[in-house]
Design a protein around this ligand. Sequence first.
Ligand SMILES: [Zn+2]
Length: 203
Amino acid sequence: MVIFITNTFIDSRTNVVLLTFFKTFFSVSKTKTIPIVSRVEWGAQSPTSITNLTLPVPYVIIHHTYEPGACYSLLECSSAMRSIQNYHQGTQGWADIGYNFAVGGDGSIYEGRGWKAVGAHAAGYNSVSIGIVLIGDFVSQLPPAQQMELTKELIEVGVELGYISKEYSLIGHRQVRSTECPGDALFQEITTWDRFTPAVNTK
Ligand SMILES: [Zn+2]
């Protein structure tokens, strides 16, 4: 089982290299082979229920985990995912891990509820957004560049695949709820990203 996971991980990383090569030299459309660690690979529990999103969604909402802290390997990040899911399902009583996707410091994306299911990460906005969490505490420190680039790639792919509106608004969690999330450092950073929207209609 461990060997299988390791092989998949290496394949995923190879895909990133190929993707960069093709993008650089052939200007082809982004492929669908971004490195996503599936729920089976990180050891997810099944959701207790699923509500479908109406696609494409108009918002992308960025979070940090704060806790658990940053992870830098498939094993560490998978463990972080399981602990977040345990907290969300067990303590909070939610149907599943709250986020649609998580991005690890190991250079991989982790599948949460995915592109099609309504998440539980930003009250009032769950049904109109994809929630992406960067694993780690980014109050005073930025995530590694690779982790942020991968987050941007994930958003671009979501747009290409029709899950995220081309005119999407990128916002931080704190813009729709009283919370420090996604941390001061990361929030300042995302204000420079494509389609960041300073003013959000409150719901
Ligand atoms: Zn948040």
